[in-house]
Ligand binder design. Structure first.
Ligand SMILES: O=C(O)C(=O)C[C@]1(C(=O)O)C=C[C@@H](O)C=C1
Length: 404
């Protein structure tokens, strides 16, 4: 009994939470101690990194890979066993980070700057986009991509094509200077196919615009709301207006069109007076239709973000955001390592989204946007530090974001 009640001798760590035997220590005194310890940590860290550089030279000469997972596991186990019980839990992440920095340093000394940091160093910065470029967009006059193109460039010469890959073809073949594509919608989410196109075609985002998408019910002059029996629109727009369509007569049925502008065009061309389109107000003007009802989408705040893409990176003087597509090793901590670098550099991350990698079960790629651009010291560090942590690091451009 008495043995069971015996309190074990306190370890240095177990005083945590209790007032030290000598009473509360002055903050300035503790901080002075911490400062002295930190000086030692920095000195030892530098010493360790210099030895790591020697290892890099050895590995370069012998062709050995930088990463040695067995050695790392042994190191973490050995270091953890040295620590007091209260601190053991902190050792694996601490040494994981130390060795990861050691690897980054080794890669840097063996491979030189990453191809990304080399690449971004050569991007021309501070340029302004032309005011009246040739721009490709999907759809017909009045489509939301068209409105986005006109918002991005007030005097754009627009070339309409039927599909997003065709937009990319024209940009790649330099038939146009820019293409405009929808990248994400506040209700429907990210458009993965557009991300795929950007990364596989080697296109770069050079500007972005977020548009409020206001759907309207348009019909031929003289047609009344009570007469409407068929509503034409793009399937996403129909879905976004589901409640409104249900609120019309039960006889009304929805017909899917390739896009909202074509729906307006079809209503204008029809002989019938019982058809209507869900489309933009711009289309009412273009196709001579009346607005029977404004803002018919179920969700008041419906936004779509469009990107303007080019076949070369172009960082304008007002650019403040950069986008990446990252494929990370399928192992614990791989995302954490990337995020910790971004955080350590004081960079604000404004988008992080995962998406399954097609054909690879439960493996994900990540869309990452940061508020940092080439030329910022932090961005140049990111360009150096992030690629070695990834299976694939695809830089999608740096740009200014405008909203209307
Ligand atoms: O021991 C090595 O091989 C090293 O390169 C050093 C080190 C480390 O920093 O401790 C770095 C990378 C390896 O993955 C393992 C360990």
């Amino acid at each position: 009994m008495s043995e069971a009640r015996t309190t074990p001798a306190p370890s240095a760590a177990s005083t945590c939470g209790k007032v030290p035997a000598g009473g509360i220590v002055e903050l300035s005194e503790s901080r002075a101690k911490i400062d002295a310890i930190d000086r030692e940590i920095v000195r030892l860290f530098e010493e360790r990194m210099r030895v790591s550089h020697d290892v890099a030279c050895y590995k370069r000469a012998t062709g050995k890979p930088v990463l040695d997972p067995v050695r790392e596991a042994q190191k973490i186990a050995a270091a953890t066993s040295l620590a007091d019980d209260d601190f053991k839990q902190f050792i694996p992440p601490l040494f994981g980070l130390i060795m990861e920095m050691s690897r980054t340093y080794q890669h840097h000394s063996i491979d030189g700057p990453t191809s990304l940091s080399d690449f971004v160093a050569h991007i021309s910065k501070g340029a302004t986009l032309p005011e009246s470029p040739k721009v490709a967009c999907q759809g017909v006059a009045g489509a939301y991509s068209h409105i986005a193109s006109k918002t991005l460039f007030s005097q754009a010469k627009i070339e309409f094509v039927s599909t997003w890959p065709e937009v990319c073809d024209l940009v790649e073949q330099e038939e146009v200077e820019f293409g405009v594509l929808p990248l994400e919608n506040s209700t429907a989410g990210t458009v993965d196919r557009v991300y795929d196109l950007l990364s596989t075609r080697g296109l770069y985002i050079v500007k972005a615009v977020t548009l409020r998408i206001d759907h309207n019910l348009l019909a031929k002059p003289g047609c009344l709301l009570k007469d409407v029996r068929e509503v034409f629109s793009h399937e996403q727009a129909l879905r976004q207006c589901d409640e409104f369509i249900s609120s019309l007569s039960s006889e009304v049925h929805a017909t899917v069109c390739k896009n909202t502008a074509l729906a307006a065009q079809a209503v204008a061309a029809s002989e019938r007076f019982d058809v209507a389109a869900i489309s933009s107000k711009e289309c009412a003007e273009i196709y001579g239709l009346d607005v029977l009802r404004e803002s018919v989408q179920d969700e008041r705040n419906n936004f779509t973000r469009f990107v303007c893409v080019s076949n070369r990176p172009f960082v304008s003087s007002d650019a403040d955001r950069s986008s990446f597509l990252l494929v990370l090793p399928h192992e614990p901590g791989s995302l954490y390592r990337v995020l910790s670098r971004i955080a350590a550099l004081g960079v604000n991350m404004v988008k992080l989204e995962s998406r399954p990698i097609p054909g690879r079960e439960f493996e994900f790629m990540f869309y990452v946007d940061v508020e940092s651009v080439p030329g910022d010291a932090a961005f140049d560090q990111l360009a150096m530090q992030i690629p070695p942590l990834c299976d694939r690091c695809c830089y999608l451009g740096s740009y200014a974001e405008i909203s209307r």
